[in-house]
Design a protein. Structure first.
Length: 210
């Protein structure tokens, strides 16, 4: 699992994720990009849950499909994500409690901001997202904060604090670095917002595992 924070506005879209990927027991495994921008579709795709599902879907959209935009993607996503998920279940024997959610946020064919999510728990149906903030796992929004970077840092710190209070078997592990994407109708900018204080320790653990 991972941290995902996004903001869907009428004029722009912001997406933030951490980079830590863990083994089933929560031990650091690798560091990865959990959101990707497809310029020809003016769309950011982000994923939570089982690793690899988002990457396979992005590769398929980019290499093997003719798509006109995010609304067209919303039509084709369910069938293709079901196939990718079924293949992952067959190949890796996923546990019943393992899930994946893919988020799509972008500028539509009609030049409007639009987003939808596809959850394995809902057969990957395309569910429209409402304008405003979305977070996973839960946290509160810092009132009065106008700086995106500081706001995201406060929210991820709260996410980590909430998860640390839970049993290890139920915990979502967040770490590595925080990456942010800012998408408008004209361009998309991505940057490293900050590094978690235990990033170096997590990297050392991952290198020992590898």
């Amino acid at each position: 699992m991972s941290s995902l924070i996004f903001e869907l506005n009428t004029d722009c879209i912001n997406v933030a994720t951490d980079t830590l990927a863990t083994l089933p027991d929560g031990s650091p495994a690798v560091f990865s990009t959990k959101a990707m921008y497809l310029p020809h579709l003016r769309m950011i795709v982000a994923g939570t849950g089982v690793a690899g599902i988002m990457g396979q879907w992005v590769q398929q959209m980019n290499d093997r499909m003719v798509l006109s935009g995010i609304l067209n993607v919303a039509f084709h996503a369910p069938k293709n994500l079901r196939r990718i998920w079924a293949n992952a279940q067959a190949a890796y024997g996923l546990a019943e409690d393992q899930t994946a959610t893919i988020y799509h946020l972008g500028i539509s064919e009609e030049n409007e901001t639009f987003g939808f999510k596809s959850r394995s728990t809902n057969n990957f149906c395309s569910e429209p997202l409402q304008y405003g903030w979305g977070v996973k796992p839960e946290c509160e929004f810092p009132e009065g904060e106008t700086d995106l970077k500081r706001g995201v840092q406060a929210m991820m710190a709260q996410q980590r604090s909430i998860q640390a209070s839970r049993p290890a078997s139920e915990r979502i592990y967040i770490g590595g670095e925080c990456m942010i994407w800012h998408l408008t109708r004209n361009n998309c900018v991505s940057f490293k917002a900050f590094e978690f204080s235990d990033h170096k320790d997590q990297r050392a653990q991952a290198l020992n595992i590898l």
